[in-house]
Design a protein around this ligand. Structure first.
Ligand code: AMP
Ligand code: ZN
Length: 663
């Protein structure tokens, strides 16, 4: 097969695997095998740039765009009429009957996905455009961002029409929303309020690389265009599925409003088990001929009706308020409630966000409050039942001092939250910062968790992450619960972190607003800690995606002698302080050893591992033989390799064990 044919074949195979994984949730090959196909395609496209096509799966993440063009929809994107109860639905049906007469009407019930509407254009089976709803007549062209969503096919399969538009909802599944927020909280950023706003906000980010990490999904529900072979909405959905789109299997045909009501009442509860947010049901007249007869009002189709679920709300009593201190010193008030059942889970706590929120609600201890579960993971308090307030309930005084270290709290103009500034002594901040430093995406130190960090801090063995590198094993062994083996593991993990790349070290420092992506940008932009220390406002904001807030935060961090001292100490212990392919450990510890590398690794790329082996005197060979000394095994290594290694008596070592061999 010539390269051009192979490229086409790979594109087809990879898109097929994307479909199995992201649309059907049923992968058929391992991640490793997928990566191999993907790499082969990347390699071929690099060698034969003329053969590269814009809809190749390698081109999902495009380059940064400056603003989005507004473009006309070929067919208007309407809103939906809303109904809230049975009566509303019966009224709608009688309006339908006025137009359609007494012929029986069939309906399609679908869930109303709560996200951002999108209209996708396909020409000759290729995705060519994606527009937001905008004002219904024209929307923003967000194609570059939409392409990053892997469940959206770039090329279609089957008997699709040559030109059409398809409409759907871009949603952020709960799981990904939670992941994103955990990370934000970890990075000292305000968490997002709910999946819907986050989904629609994500479509307007100018860097598709960031969008691709948000974990968006797209559920399709409507076709726009001429489809002579399709007669009903339900068939529409089935067809779209067969062309490769993600259409949830929840849609159902109903022959009466009673059946529709059953669907609604079922999903009123069952929706809480869905992976994404829904806010109602959309009932559509199934026959497309009927739809054409019914037409549209100025605002919405007459043939469809949304039925809105009621937000689930319960009453509970506010028992007390805890004030949590985050890693950055941010204070978050959390309400302790008398336990109450809400949408299938027992709720005892609700977030109150900040002082303004408490003031706005005028919430008092002992109040009966309304607790609601919207799209948010943590339930929220939406109001107070004033009729039940006791006469002697007094307004809440927000705390003025840190509950953990008692230093006065500050609130800077523009910040919603109060902060404890006693970064050096406030225990939750110290422990939070060290825990951040050792976390997987930062220095990735095995053998040490948040609990151990607390223990070490309580026993005055560490005050900052720099102290990790001077831990004394004799003192460690004196602690309760610390056996020789755990001490060894911990120290090995700490030593191995000296190989972690500069960008992760920078992320680990815990500079406010410097998350993983920003750390990468700074590391690549400045190249070294020395250069970054000398940065000024102008040179910082000159970097893509680095705005004033981040720039100021970076400057503030390095202005502080306490931070400078920490960074200098890390440097003196030998951590990576510059972008470099040349990792610093060099030696002859691997002289004479032959390695085969296989699988996917967490901490180092394969080229990095190869380099590490070579600068330490070892050799990397392609395949297993009796001359192989070690099989460096990552995740998802094929089982046949394992068997072969065993039969040849070759030692299998993990990435961590390997690093330990050379440090
Ligand atoms: P609204 O914005 O409340 O007028 O509701 C209309 C919006 O509901 C549409 O623009 C779609 O984005 C969204 N929607 C979600 N799920 C569906 C569905 N299954 N069918 C039609 N529209 C839907
Ligand atoms: Zn404090």
């Amino acid at each position: 097969m010539n390269p051009s044919e192979r490229i086409k074949e790979l594109i087809r195979i990879i898109e097929q695997h994307n479909h199995s994984y992201y649309v059907l949730n049923a992968p058929v090959i391992s991640d490793y095998e997928y990566d191999m196909l993907y790499k082969e395609l990347e390699q071929l496209e690099l060698m034969y740039p003329d053969e590269k096509v814009s809809n190749s799966p390698t081109q999902r993440v495009g380059s940064v765009v400056k603003g989005f063009d507004t473009e006309l929809h070929t067919q208007r994107m309407y809103s939906l009429d809303n109904s809230y109860n049975k009566e509303d639905l019966y009224e709608w049906v009688s309006r339908l009957k006025k137009v359609l007469g007494e012929t029986p009407i069939e309906y399609t019930c679908e869930l109303k996905y709560d996200g951002a509407s999108i209209s996708l254009t396909y020409e000759k089976g290729q995705l060519t455009k994606a527009l937001t709803r905008g004002d219904g007549t024209q929307g923003d062209n967000v194609t570059t961002n939409i392409r990053t969503i892997k469940s959206i096919p770039l090329s279609l399969k089957g008997d699709y029409p040559p030109f059409f538009e398809i409409r759907g909802e871009v949603v952020l599944p709960f799981k990904n929303f939670k992941k994103l927020n955990d990370l934000r909280i970890f990075n000292g950023e305000e968490p997002f309020m709910n999946p819907r706003n986050t989904a629609s906000g994500s479509l307007k980010i100018q860097d598709p690389a960031i969008v691709s990490q948000r974990g968006l999904d797209c559920l399709l529900y409507q076709l726009a265009g001429e489809f002579p072979e399709i007669n009903t909405q339900f068939d529409f959905l089935e067809k779209a599925k067969s062309w490769g789109f993600k259409v949830p299997n929840t849609a159902k045909k109903s022959s009466s409003i009673e059946e529709v009501l059953k669907f609604i009442s079922f999903y009123d509860t069952a929706r809480h088990d869905l992976p994404y947010e829904t806010d109602g049901v959309v009932v559509k007249v199934n026959s497309l001929d009927f739809q054409a007869e019914l037409g549209y009002t100025a605002k919405s189709p007459r043939w469809a009706m949304a039925y809105k679920f009621k937000a689930v709300s319960v009453e509970s009593e506010l028992e007390s308020i805890d004030y949590q201190v985050g890693r950055t010193g941010a204070i978050t008030p959390v309400a302790n409630l008398s336990p109450v059942l809400l949408a299938g889970t027992v709720v005892k706590r609700a977030s109150l966000h900040n002082a303004d929120q408490i003031e706005k609600l005028d919430i008092r201890i002992g109040d009966t409050v309304f607790v609601e579960k919207g799209g948010e993971i943590i339930p929220k308090i939406t109001g107070v039942d004033l009729s039940k307030r006791s006469l002697n309930a007094s307004p809440l005084q927000y705390i003025t001092h840190c509950p953990k270290c008692n230093s006065p709290l500050h609130r800077v103009a523009g910040d919603a939250k109060h902060f404890c500034l006693n970064e050096r002594e406030c225990p939750p901040q110290i422990i939070g910062k060290i825990s951040h430093f050792i976390s997987r995406k930062a220095l990735n130190i095995d053998g040490l968790g948040e609990e151990t960090v607390s223990l070490l801090h309580e026993n005055k063995l560490i005050q900052s992450y720099a102290d990790l590198y001077t831990l004394n094993p004799i003192l460690l062994l004196q602690l309760d619960r610390m056996a020789q083996k755990s001490v060894d593991n911990m120290l090995k993990g700490i030593a191995a972190s000296k190989l972690i790349p500069f960008e992760k070290v920078l992320f680990g420092l815990g500079i406010r607003f410097v998350g993983e992506t920003v750390a990468k940008k700074l590391a690549r932009g400045f190249g070294s800690m020395t250069a970054l220390k000398k940065a000024n406002y102008e040179s910082l904001i000159a970097l893509d995606e680095i705005g004033g807030v981040i720039a100021k935060s970076v400057l503030l961090f390095f202005e502080d002698p306490f931070h400078m001292d920490l960074v200098n100490r890390l440097e003196s212990y030998g951590l990576q302080m510059e972008i470099s392919n040349k990792l610093k450990v060099q030696g002859s510890k691997l002289n004479g050893a032959n390695f085969v590398i296989s699988g996917v690794f967490e901490k180092h790329s394969r080229p990095e591992l190869k380099e590490l082996i070579e600068i330490n005197g070892g050799k990397v060979v392609g395949s297993l033989s009796s001359k192989t000394t070690y099989l460096l095994a990552g995740d998802q290594m094929g089982p046949s390799k394992k068997t072969k290694a065993a039969s040849l008596n070759i030692t299998l070592i993990s990435e961590d064990a390997f690093v330990e061999m050379i440090v």
